[in-house]
Ligand binder design. Structure first.
Ligand code: CA
Ligand code: CA
Length: 568
């Protein structure tokens, strides 16, 4: 198998060409608008489509082609994948295949998990999507299993148990297929897990490697944890990484240390709140870069890592970009992990700046007090971050990022250290108070951001933040959704809202666009859920009903009832 996939990477046409083609398809996904095969619409995860049929002028004719019910009231955060005229979508309890032109269900595969699984899920009973490769659809389950389904039938091909929810582990991440290996990460830093990444054989599900994000006692890095705190130290890996086939490296974000209260875990707490670059075949790390050492604020470090080539000081640099929960936008050299530009993209008070020479934050007085002796202070951004998991997009022709930001702080307070002493994996790991500090008129913006300065070229305020991915197109449009159900098309140059459609529930998904037979479509889910909807108590969302649906939009031509057979 190794040999076959290596052949695919160099474009050779050897036996098993169909298999090889699939691997090449994944690498080309960003350049092939006829399908959406990968999380992030391409290996670089730019969520950019060159498609121009739906543009600033034609978007006013955008209408629903059909909608499909997921028959469930949990949040719909998954990115749809589209291959050969079929849409594949996940939620926490099922995977479905739907005809992309008619909205008719082709197959549905249910998932069962023990009800007590939800005890270790902090932030929403959700799933963020799957991966396609070699005739199979790969996904994770809430009870920490990875499964492969036959894409034609939905029949299970293999199932691998990764961990046990009783130890605090769960899985919501969309897997990544890199160099033929299926890679997934875990959730559970709020329940004291020891985080890791895992690679599986795409054909059999055999676990090939596991790389922990936190050292075992005595290993290098264990000295960055006080006492035995590393044995329940967190460091989850719950947002999909991105793959650079030239370097043969996967980049993946690592989450917060546990518990949030920092008083019993003094030190940098490696490798929490870090980015790791590793080989997909072995899981062996090439480099780590830690953004938020000794994080008391649940800033995680898991947000998506978009690859791009940027001109910095006159030089072309291959970078990854991350809008971190901690409010700073990181531009990092892919080969080395060196930070090249780090600037705030929202209001930040926990650190004065990031020192580019060391890569470390310069803590504000409030943060110094909190990590040294505990205390209370108003801190920006809040725990949910300046940006949460919902992915941003990047337009390589304008060089701008399109980010849904969360613009509020929190009144943070540590509880006494004794209250979080002797915690065990599987128990809740918090130990802080953190009510939100909100502006009454707006809690978020959609921003067009210069990655090298963090500054917004334009921004649109929203009463509730958008916890929705963005999609940018060659037609000059940014698509995203609101918690109150509106699906929006925005002029990518000016920030003017050009079109909107009211879906039945809050939009917290990941819009994608694709083409078939000369027509461009835009696909998105509606279905409120996730951490902000659960925990904010936002009065603006009181009248937003639950209920998951999948929506497909196209340009209106003329009324033509769709008949899929002569008998209706
Ligand atoms: Ca494609
Ligand atoms: Ca967290």
């Amino acid at each position: 198998m190794k040999v076959r996939f290596a052949a695919a990477l160099v474009g050779a046409t050897l036996p098993l060409a169909a298999f090889a083609q699939t691997g090449q398809d994944l690498l080309n996904d960003g350049k092939t608008p006829g399908d959406v095969l990968t999380y992030g619409m391409g290996m670089s995860q730019q969520r950019y489509s060159p498609a121009t049929q739906i543009d600033r002028n034609t978007v006013k004719r955008l209408v629903p082609a059909w909608s499909y019910s997921m028959a469930d009231n949990r949040g719909l955060e998954a990115q749809p994948l589209i291959k050969d005229g079929v849409i594949y979508l996940t939620d926490h309890e099922k995977t479905v295949a739907v005809d992309a032109l008619t909205g008719k269900e082709i197959w549905k595969a249910m998932i069962e998990y023990a009800p007590e699984t939800t005890r270790v899920v902090c932030c929403g009973i959700v799933n963020r999507g799957g991966a396609l490769f070699d005739g199979k659809f790969y996904r994770t389950t809430l009870d920490a299993q990875v499964i492969a389904l036959d894409i034609k039938t939905g029949k299970e091909v293999w199932r691998t148990k990764s961990s046990d929810p009783k130890d605090g582990y769960s899985m919501t991440v969309a897997p990544l297929v890199a160099n033929g290996i299926v890679i997934a990460g875990v959730s559970g830093a709020e329940f004291g897990v020891r985080g890791y990444l895992e690679g599986y054989d795409a054909q059999t599900g055999k676990q090939l490697w596991r790389t922990y994000t936190i050292p075992a006692p005595g290993e290098p890095g264990s000295e960055t944890w006080a006492g035995s705190s590393l044995t329940h130290g967190g460091g989850s890996t719950w947002v999909t990484g991105s793959y650079d086939p030239e370097l043969d490296l996967v980049f993946w974000g690592i989450g917060n240390p546990a518990p949030w209260n920092p008083l019993n875990r003094r030190g940098d707490n490696l490798h929490t709140n870090s980015i790791v670059a590793f080989s997909p075949k072995t899981g062996k790390p090439a480099w780590f870069y830690q953004m938020t050492p000794n994080d008391p604020f649940d800033y995680d470090g898991v947000n998506e890592l978009i690859q791009a080539e940027l001109t910095i000081d006159g030089m072309q640099r291959k970078v990854i970009m991350q809008a971190n929960r901690n409010g700073f936008l990181y531009v990092i050299e892919r080969a080395t992990g060196k930070p090249l530009a780090v600037n705030p993209f929202v209001k930040v008070t926990w650190a004065d700046r990031i020192d580019l020479a060391t890569g470390r934050p310069v803590w504000s007085d409030e943060t110094k007090m909190i990590v040294e002796k505990g205390g209370k202070a108003r801190i920006y951004p809040a725990l949910q971050g300046g940006k949460n998991w919902a992915p941003m997009s990047f337009n390589p022709t304008t060089g701008l990022l399109y980010i849904n930001t969360l613009d509020f702080g929190m009144d943070y307070e540590t509880l006494p250290a004794e209250q979080v002493a002797d915690l065990k994996p599987g128990q809740p790991h918090y130990g802080v108070n953190r009510p939100g500090a909100y502006d009454p008129d707006q809690r978020g913006y959609l921003r067009a951001v210069d990655p090298l300065t963090g500054k917004s070229k334009w921004s649109i305020p929203f009463k509730s933040p958008n916890i929705c991915g963005t999609l940018v197109t060659g037609g000059g449009l940014v698509f995203t959704g609101m918690m109150t159900g509106e699906f929006l098309a925005v002029d990518s140059d000016t920030g003017k809202i050009l079109w909107q459609f009211q879906t039945p529930s809050g939009v917290v998904g990941q819009p994608v666009t694709w083409e078939k037979d000369g027509k461009q479509y835009v696909t998105v889910t509606s279905g409120i859920g996730g951490v902000y909807a659960m925990k904010s108590g936002d009065p603006n969302l009181v009248h937003v009903p639950a209920g998951g649906t999948l929506w497909n939009f196209k340009l209106f031509e003329e009324y033509a009832p769709q008949r899929t057979s002569s008998v209706q």
